[in-house]
Ligand binder design. Structure first.
Ligand code: ZN
Length: 453
């Protein structure tokens, strides 16, 4: 009842009248697009891509130069495949030519976001309010497939970042209350607080759950062990970490409903998600171009893992064309039986963030460190290695030696979540070694994670 009232009346009114954003009409557009056939979707994607490229040729000085240097000339593409003629774009290039990456008509009107990214390089970029509204809309489509529709009563097992007290806390509670969702702090699950959190979750009676794989799996296994159940959940949406079959099985058993995996990032939000058929992750191809590439920037065939390059088709403020986000993924060799024309990823590969288990039994997901390091954007590279049960070592590549004040602040931040029994070592290094596949693992635990075994 509330769900449909919120979805059909309150949310459109809030977005359109209060926020003056086009989110509500974007929601309708994306809902419609998902049922287009593959050919219609490709035509739609190509039209949007050509509009974006023409805009870049007219207004983005760095891209014009970058592209000409690689022998590309202006002109409409005849197919998405022709995008391969354009060079890829890296975080380093965007950072080095930041101002010239912003479209001339958009200067001074964009919003800024900083991310740790999945490869650990601090990264700043610009986007527009319209693309934010579109990203929100396409996210609601993907979440909706998993039963977490706009207005559905949803429990989030997430790092909350919520303000607790005062006016800010009140506003946060009102805002999320209106969306019919509640956040449960998943960054510091412990032996002593996991049961109370499960009690709260059960009492909240959510119809959907959204969360990182690790905390959702921990909660699920605890519920199975202690015989607790939750009825009325339509779907559990997981993201941010690779989802393996044992976790999927346990989560489905504990919550009595299917799991829907998603793939997103801070740069562009939701990129792909599973539908009710669970045959892969549908790429939001009416909203972005997701390519999987070999080292030379050419597309790899379906069934083969490649580097992910993203082109957000609507970020006219700072257009990032063929942006390498550091992930790898594999396209599926066939379509989905659900009838949606959106192409399928078979898997998202190589996002490895180990869980850190603390001396007092807390379980800190690797994502915590990604967020924590956002406070120090000048750190060029980092890696966290749990060298013993009671010790995490930060390996930092920094432009200048770290002061004691910074060291103390980072230590305090980690201990606030991991407990004061966790020692924090901070070492400055020249470089962070990569894995044979060229990825840098951000968090590595050399200590045992007993709850997961
Ligand atoms: Zn499907």
């Amino acid at each position: 009842m509330y769900e449909s009232l919120f979805r059909n009346a309150l949310f459109p009114a809030y977005e359109t009248l209060v926020k003056r954003r086009g989110t509500a009409s974007h929601v309708a557009e994306y809902e419609h697009n998902q049922w287009l056939g593959p050919r219609e979707l490709q035509a739609l994607q190509l039209r949007k891509l050509n509009e974006l490229l023409a805009h870049c040729w007219a207004q983005v000085p760095f891209l014009q130069r970058h592209w000409r240097e690689h022998g590309v000339a202006p002109g409409a593409l005849g197919s998405i495949g022709e995008l391969e003629r354009y060079p890829v774009l890296t975080k380093a290039l965007i950072s080095a030519h930041y101002d010239e990456m912003i479209a001339t008509d958009w200067r001074g009107r964009t919003l800024t976001k900083v991310t740790g990214g999945s490869t650990g390089d601090p990264f700043r970029f610009e986007y527009t309010m319209d693309v934010y509204a579109r990203r929100t809309a396409v996210m609601w489509r993907g979440y909706g497939w998993g039963g977490a529709k706009l207005g559905t009563r949803t429990g989030y097992l997430w790092g909350t970042g919520l303000r607790k007290g005062g006016w800010g806390g009140f506003k946060d509670r009102m805002y999320h209350g209106a969306f019919n969702r509640r956040f449960f702090d998943a960054f510091s699950l412990t032996e002593s607080n996991i049961d109370p959190i499960i009690d709260e979750l059960v009492a909240y009676r959510p119809n959907a759950i959204v969360g990182y794989v690790t905390p959702v799996a921990l909660v699920a296994r605890r519920m199975i062990r202690t015989g607790r159940t939750l009825t009325g959940v339509r779907g559990v949406l997981t993201g941010a970490e690779a989802l393996y079959d044992p976790e999927r099985h346990d989560i489905e058993q504990a919550f009595g409903c299917p799991v829907f995996n998603t793939y997103g990032s801070r740069e562009v939000m939701l990129m792909a998600s599973e539908c009710e058929k669970h045959q892969g992750l549908h790429v939001n191809a009416d909203h972005l171009v997701l390519e999987t590439l070999d080292e030379s920037g050419c597309g790899v065939a379906a069934g083969i893992s490649g580097e992910v390059a993203i082109t957000d088709l609507h970020n006219f403020g700072m257009p990032m064309v063929r942006y390498l986000n550091g992930d790898r993924a594999t396209y599926a060799t066939s379509g989905c039986s659900c009838g949606r024309g959106l192409p399928l990823l078979a898997s998202v590969d190589g996002r490895v963030l180990d869980l850190i288990e603390t001396p007092d039994g807390r379980h800190v997901p690797g994502e915590f460190f990604v967020y924590a390091m956002l406070d120090w954007p000048d750190v060029r590279q980092w890696q966290v290695v749990q060298t013993a049960r009671d010790c995490v070592q930060f390996r930092l590549v920094v432009p200048a030696p770290w002061s004691q004040e910074r060291r103390d602040k980072l230590t305090a931040k980690v201990q606030a979540t991991a407990g004061t029994g966790m020692r924090v070592e901070i070492v400055e290094v020249e470089t962070i070694p990569t894995t044979p596949s060229g990825k840098r693992r951000l968090t590595i635990s050399l200590a045992n994670a007993s709850l997961l075994n």
